[in-house]
Design a protein around this ligand. Structure first.
Ligand code: HEC
Ligand code: HEC
Ligand code: HEC
Ligand code: HEC
Length: 193
């Protein structure tokens, strides 16, 4: 080994150089704390309780959901608000979270309330439908996996309809709107099965 090389590895005597490893450590620590806070924030803002904090009293969404098969069913499998409304994939999840920041503002100025909800409802529902149409009902598919459907055992009505999903002709939300909430009364422009 040459002298030059071994000197490179000798710890420097000058104190300020110590700042490099210390600085590195502090950065790593901040990074870890930041990541932890980020993770906790992401988790906390995906719980039903978080959604309830605004949607209870603002509209009738939560009560309708709690009366639906996605809240209460014979198998006891739960589908939380976030399971249908927030993607499990990182980028679309971040997109939803960032867009949802606007809802804090809307909540503060009170765009939606018990009085005008039915008036506003079609606009909100249409937004969700458009999204699900565009992403081929991605969130539904995290629980319902069409390739595992036992179509042979299904009644003809379901078999025929679900064949159209497998062939890519139709996506879930085209036929299954209103599975967790009431449909908007002004549900005019929508095709139903
Ligand atoms: C800070 C209050 C607040 C919280 C918390 C909140 N929402 Fe909302 N949400 C709103 C408001 C206000 C609107 C109406 C926005 C508008 O008028 O466009 C809305 C609209 C929506 C819509 C319909 C329109 C759209 O943007 O797609 C969905 C779906 C929705 N919220 C789901 C959720 C879910 C799921 C959660 C929990 C993960 C949640 N919200 C938590 C205030 C909130
Ligand atoms: C977190 C898992 C989960 C997600 C996400 C989910 N579901 Fe379900 N779904 C269930 C469970 C559990 C049941 C009830 C099964 C049972 O016990 O009969 C169910 C039942 C249904 C039923 C039968 C309804 C009835 O009245 O019997 C339909 C239709 C359905 N889901 C469609 C959808 C659609 C469309 C989406 C997406 C918008 C979706 N599901 C998202 C878990 C989920
Ligand atoms: C072309 C229309 C159509 C499409 C697209 C469609 N379904 Fe269905 N689905 C039906 C019909 C019709 C039924 C029977 C409803 C009934 O009996 O009330 C049904 C029944 C179901 C049931 C209940 C099954 C049972 O045995 O009771 C579930 C769960 C379901 N669909 C989920 C989905 C999911 C998830 C998707 C997308 C991956 C999807 N469907 C796509 C029309 C469709
Ligand atoms: C099983 C999937 C599913 C679950 C669980 C679910 N939603 Fe939805 N949500 C939908 C679909 C699909 C729509 C589009 C309108 C429709 O078809 O009912 C929707 C529409 C909405 C809208 C727009 C207004 C409207 O009436 O259409 C809001 C707000 C909303 N959901 C909030 C929530 C909140 C908050 C929760 C939990 C308390 C929740 N959702 C649970 C599937 C779900």
């Amino acid at each position: 080994m040459s002298n030059k090389q071994s000197r490179f590895w000798t710890p420097s005597k000058s104190k300020w150089l110590l700042g490099i490893p210390v600085g590195g450590f502090v950065f790593a620590l901040l990074g870890a704390v930041g990541l932890g806070v980020f993770h906790i924030t992401m988790e906390a803002s995906s719980t039903n309780e978080f959604c309830y904090s605004c949607h209870v009293g603002m509209d009738t969404i939560v009560e309708e959901y709690q009366a639906s098969v996605h809240y209460n069913n014979r198998h006891g499998v739960k589908a939380d608000c976030a399971d249908c409304h927030i993607s499990k994939e990182f980028l679309p999840k971040m997109e939803t979270k960032i867009k949802a920041l606007a809802d804090i503002y809307y909540q503060l100025i009170g765009t939606i309330n018990m009085e005008n909800f039915e008036q506003e409802r079609l606009r909100l529902a249409q937004h969700v439908w458009d999204e699900m149409q565009a992403n081929d009902s991605r969130e539904c598919r995290s629980c319902h996996e069409p390739t595992r459907w036992d179509l042979a055992a299904a009644p003809t009505r379901i078999r025929v309809a679900h064949q159209k999903t497998l062939s890519g002709e139709e996506t879930c939300i085209n036929c299954h709107a209103g599975i967790a909430h009431q449909l908007p009364q002004r549900h005019l422009s929508r095709k139903t099965p």
